[in-house]
Design a protein around this ligand. Structure first.
Ligand code: ADP
Ligand code: TRP
Length: 324
């Protein structure tokens, strides 16, 4: 089983990204051969500042390594370090019906919101298909929002195989439905776009402030409260031990337990949970040569994985000189 997953670098990651995407990916290192990459070329569809782009990419590398991606167990690289994927994108572009891309949500949403759409955004799913197919991935774990893109990758694999000859494995999506959506500080889904996130690697003071700003109802301290209606408790559950979860639930129900106290307890559990990761990240930051080496070695391994497929593809589409 070859599991492939890409993460678009976009600045600061939050605990929702960690629970929904990064933690399951780290766990999948034990289940099969994990190919994990920083999808910086996908970010180019919306980031138009080269310095920012490079910074986001570096942050994503540090975040993923700190949070448990192990370059000894997995292949870990940056998308643009494997230029063969851009090459494959072009071959796939030529068998991609315009109508297939016009039906894709990301493009349709941009048009509906009057956001000026560029060709990169329009053909985003083709680049994603190239990522998946170049590595002959068997399983692609994604959030529900990416399901349609995996269907495009499957369609293009089938069409290419039928047009030129059998070369691509048909990948399967693995939709992470079982993972609950974690609420943000205002109770909506935690998301960068809502400004309600709790960051993983921010300064202590800023994280504490975010947690203290979690929205609560006006129930007085003495009154019993329903833990399942509390945002604090929802964020607490995925990170605290069973024992601590039961204790907080009990305190809520008994009354005499204020939201302020619960927030302090949440901060303390989160701070402790991420403390080893923070330490690891600091080590990485202070050792840029080691990080550079990880990036270079990862790129080399990733390129080795795609070259046999690209050689076959070039021959099939007739762009190498083997028939001259
Ligand atoms: P954002 O909404 O902050 O822009 P993204 O859309 O970049 O985050 O999310 C990347 C991935 O992180 C998603 O596919 C999803 O798996 C996960 N994710 C984001 N927010 C949450 C959340 N609140 N709860 C659970 N998973 C989340
Ligand atoms: N489009 C994905 C996202 O926004 C990131 C991504 C790029 C990806 N290429 C991929 C995910 C290939 C899985 C497989 O989250």
């Amino acid at each position: 089983m070859r599991i492939l997953s890409g993460i678009k670098p976009s600045g600061t990651i939050h605990i929702g990204n960690y629970l929904g995407m990064i933690r399951p990916m780290v766990e999948s290192q034990e289940k099969g051969e994990l190919f994990c990459f920083v999808a910086n070329m996908h970010s180019l569809t919306t980031v138009f500042d080269g310095k920012k782009m490079a910074q986001y990419t570096n942050e994503a590398i540090l975040d993923l390594l700190a949070l448990g991606i192990d370059p000894e167990k997995s292949v870990f690289w940056v998308q643009s370090d494997v230029p063969e994927v851009a090459e494959l994108t072009w071959y796939l572009n030529n068998i991609t019906p315009i109508g297939l891309l016009e039906r894709c949500h990301a493009y349709k949403d941009a048009i509906a919101k009057n956001i000026p759409a560029n060709n990169g955004l329009f053909s985003y799913p083709v680049l994603m298909a190239a990522d998946i197919l170049a590595y002959q991935s068997t399983v692609v774990p994604v959030g529900r929002d990416q399901k349609q893109h995996i269907e495009v990758a499957r369609d293009l694999a089938i069409k290419f195989n039928n047009t030129y000859g059998n070369v691509f494995h048909i990948p399967d999506a693995q939709i992470r439905d079982e993972i609950a959506v974690i609420p943000g500080t205002d109770g909506q889904k935690m998301s960068k776009s809502y400004g309600n996130t709790i960051e993983i690697f921010g300064p202590e003071k800023a994280i504490r402030k975010k947690i203290m700003s979690i929205v609560t109802d006006p129930t007085p301290v003495e009154a019993p409260k329903d833990p399942d209606k509390s945002i604090i408790f929802s964020i607490y559950k995925p990170f605290a031990s069973e024992e601590k979860i039961s204790l907080m639930a009990k305190r809520f129900k008994e009354g005499g337990y204020g939201y302020g106290e619960a927030k302090k307890e949440l901060f303390s559990v989160l701070w402790e949970y991420f403390s080893p990761f923070r330490k690891k990240r600091e080590e990485l930051v202070s050792n840029p040569d080691a990080v550079k080496e990880i990036r270079e070695k990862g790129a080399q391994k990733a390129r080795e994985a795609v070259i046999p497929t690209l050689e076959k593809v070039r021959k099939l589409v007739g762009v190498n000189n083997s028939f001259c």
